[in-house]
Design a binder for this molecule. Structure first.
Ligand SMILES: NC(=O)c1ccc[n+]([C@@H]2O[C@H](COP(=O)([O-])OP(=O)(O)OC[C@H]3O[C@@H](n4cnc5c(N)ncnc54)[C@H](O)[C@@H]3O)[C@@H](O)[C@H]2O)c1
Length: 254
């Protein structure tokens, strides 16, 4: 499978350095970034081609992996999907725009393309998806972040946001991927609380789900990527797992 990457930052670097084509039949062949130097650096590390114009990769890839920004999803995803090319999208916050979500879904369907959204920086989405249509009554996400990560200097925890995911996206657009992914997984505008907590030094996500099935709670305490402290390593690892799964005969825990 030939893959092209949009956005050559922290996530792309981890992915490109972990995928060995001989091992799993995945060839990350093209690299595109609005900063061409980043694309060139990663292409030379990973043994691919850096393209100055995104369209240069379109005729030669089976899948496009976006790890750039929500705006890039809005700009590039329609072009890719119209060609019937599948996508993995990391900037999942883009889908909190309902109009865009509906539009992109119909473009993908009309052109026989698939959109894959990795589980990203949290665990527990397998359970959420399993129970989504079977009496799931309540889903909450509590995210704790260190004061440092938000440029704050405080000694006691402070609730920065409490409300629906759709509102959180407007106030904290850069922190919305996790809330967006959970909302999409269960097709609910979930309840979100964002807390700045002087007792944590990493991003901590606690998901609670309740319903006819019972109840579960997951806590993910993420270490950041060294190249981008705002991004959790687990997010990149979930994309690597997804990519590798395309060539597996047995899928476990999907
Ligand atoms: N799904 C999740 O759980 C999850 C977790 C962390 C990050 N993310 C998202 O993944 C994306 C990438 O994260 P990262 O840590 O690698 O970011 P990063 O800032 O390290 O790298 C992003 C790269 O994309 C490039 N870029 C940005 N907009 C572009 C555009 N319109 N066209 C071409 N290139 C563009 C930048 O120049 C940069 O090199 C972000 O949108 C981030 O919010 C998702």
């Amino acid at each position: 499978m030939k893959v092209g990457i949009i956005g050559c930052g922290a996530i792309a670097n981890l992915i490109a350095s972990s995928i060995v084509p001989e091992d799993n039949g995945i060839d990350i062949a093209y690299f595109f970034d609005k900063d061409i130097e980043r694309a060139e650096n990663l292409a030379s590390l990973a043994g691919g081609v850096a393209v100055l114009h995104f369209d240069e990769m379109l005729n030669d890839v089976d899948l496009v992996l976006e790890c750039a920004s929500p705006d890039s999803v809005k700009y590039f995803a329609p072009k890719v999907l119209k060609q019937g090319i599948d996508m993995i999208i990391m900037s999942i916050g883009a889908f909190m725009d309902k109009e865009f979500y509906t539009e992109i879904l119909s473009i993908a369907k009309e052109n026989g393309a698939k959109i894959h959204l990795p589980s990203g920086a949290v665990v527990g989405l397998d359970g959420i998806k399993a129970v989504a249509k079977f009496g799931l009554k309540e889903v909450t996400l509590v995210t704790r972040k260190s004061p440092k990560s938000l440029g704050k200097d405080i000694d006691v925890e402070e609730v920065l946001f409490e409300g629906k995911a759709s509102e959180a996206v407007k106030e904290f657009p850069l922190n919305i991927n996790v809330a967006a992914t959970i909302s999409l997984a269960c097709n609910k505008d979930i309840d979100v609380k964002i807390i700045v907590d002087p007792n944590v030094d990493r991003n901590v996500h606690e998901i609670t789900a309740k319903g006819d099935f019972g109840e579960f709670k997951t806590i993910t305490m993420n270490y950041p990527c060294s190249a981008n402290p705002k991004t959790s390593m687990l997010a990149a690892l979930s994309a690597i797992r997804l990519l590798k799964s395309f060539n597996e005969t047995i899928s476990v825990g999907m």
